[in-house]
Write a protein that binds this ligand. Sequence first.
Ligand code: ADP
Length: 214
Amino acid sequence: MNIMLLGAPGSGKGTQAEKLVGRLGYTQVSTGDLMRKQIADQTALGAECGKYMNEGKLVPDQIVNAIVKDYLETNHEKLIFDGFPRTLEQALELEKMLAEVNSKMDKVIYIDVAQDVILKRISGRIICPVCKVSYHVETRKPLVEGICDNDGATLIRRPDDAPEKVAVRLAAYEADTKPLIDFYSNKPGFIHIEEASELDGETVYQMIEKELVK
Ligand code: ADP
């Protein structure tokens, strides 16, 4: 079974993906992480992606689609898509790419979080550059300030979590990604987690897990 997590930046997609990986053995496909790896490895592709990502803008469809296509050649089962697709063009391409490897998307989980909560979450977010887990300076502190509980790495703030970049990312979400909710809501396997801002991550996870066995 393949799952997609849909929701605004900061809606908790990464947190839920981490739980699904740890507890149910899924493999996370985060296009953001795949591209940040290209940037860290200083590849030409990374340099191209970085131009858009550092501004908070969406990376062009052809580039992201090619990265995912490459990934799907070796992995196409029990995947959890986090941050892809983000445009209708990407969604249509993903259907084709999965069909080509005799696979499909089984569940689309929309995590619905209010905008004011998103802004608070992103403004306090710090992440581990090694294991990618995210913390929050007030609501999800690491055991030792500034240090990852899992691997002892120094926590960092993502450059695109600066307030002016967040505004650009949220605008891109509204314009390009929100239409995907309509696209998927008419298809089988669509799961809407309503008012997720009122719930903690564990409660959201339990709701998702229950839906997956249906
Ligand atoms: P968030 O969900 O918090 O925005 P991500 O790590 O998913 O974090 O994405 C960070 C950035 O990477 C985005 O702002 C965008 O520039 C780029 N990106 C990630 N996934 C995609 C995608 N599917 N299409 C276009 N750009 C993407």
